[in-house]
Write a protein that binds this ligand. Structure first.
Ligand code: SAH
Length: 257
């Protein structure tokens, strides 16, 4: 009877928001031991460089708004690689369990009986907060912080606008750039103060990070005028007003436009 190789293992690893210094020690260790790295488009080349030269690198990210590989095929690929006995690092931008579809991949691995481990990463919200000087829950301004998808075309996304429009909280909206005009309209229509501070942060933590600040009313026009493209986060709430005091140009971290 042919002997099948020992099952490998899949590590769902958060690669952080961009700055390679924000990788965890565990991510670096796992990358260095990887047989194969399956990565997507928000992963920096400098992060990928921690994998040994002989490790196989498989790109499965999006191109021009389309998935290079459909999610089901990514899930199956991970199962197949592990069945070949490989140590697989599934490297994702930010944190694997925050809008990263890591949960879906983990479900597939469990169903297939493949050992796996999730390794957290610095999510874009945390990276953007630190590198723009916007403390997301500064207690003078916010008692809670919502991480929200702004991908409004997704049928599963039916945002609770009355809840999101309330004062005393911070919204961090992932994938919200395209829908920003609609998000602005909805929040104001559901009672958010029209002068609520708002920011758009593009390529947070990277040397070419861009920050645009304004209000929930004028941010869409400002973002359009600046021609900002994804990946970008929206941060909405009074905490954004702290940016002018705390932004890293006043200290030593990062850069901004
Ligand atoms: N798992 C990732 C999020 C994946 S969804 C995480 O935890 O960060 C992809 C979205 O994340 C992008 O559309 C953008 O809204 C946001 N994003 C990821 N990296 C970013 C960065 N460096 N700067 C700004 N937004 C980023």
């Amino acid at each position: 009877m042919p002997s099948s190789p020992l099952p490998g293992k899949v590590f769902l690893v958060g690669g952080g928001p961009g700055d390679p210094d924000l990788l965890t020690v565990k991510a670096v260790r796992l990358l260095a031991a990887a047989d194969v790295v399956v990565y997507d488009n928000l992963v920096s080349p400098a992060v990928l460089a921690h994998a040994p030269p002989q490790a196989q690198r498989i790109y499965v990210g999006k191109k021009a708004g389309k998935h290079a590989l459909p999610q089901e095929e990514i899930n199956q690929l991970l199962v197949e690689l592990a069945r070949e006995g490989k140590q697989v690092v599934r490297l994702k931008g930010g944190d694997p369990y925050i809008f990263g579809r890591g949960g879906e991949e983990a479900e597939t691995l469990v169903a297939a009986g493949i050992p796996f481990e999730a390794v957290p990463g610095v999510t874009a919200a945390a990276g953007a907060a630190a590198y723009t000087g916007i403390p997301l829950t500064h207690r003078d301004h916010a008692q809670s912080c919502f991480l929200v998808t702004g991908h409004l075309k997704d049928e599963s996304c039916n945002l609770d606008w009355p809840t999101l429009a309330r004062a005393g909280q911070t919204l961090v909206i992932y994938m919200g750039l395209t829908s920003l005009p609609e998000i602005s309209r909805q929040l104001i229509a559901h009672g958010m103060a029209a002068d609520t501070p708002a920011a758009c942060v593009r390529r947070a933590t990277l040397p070419d990070q861009q920050v645009i600040t304004g209000t929930i009313t004028d941010l869409p026009a400002q973002v359009q005028a600046a021609g900002l493209k994804p990946p970008a986060l929206l941060i909405i709430g009074r905490v954004v007003s702290l940016h002018t005091v705390l932004h890293p140009a006043a200290g030593t971290l990062g850069q901004e436009s």
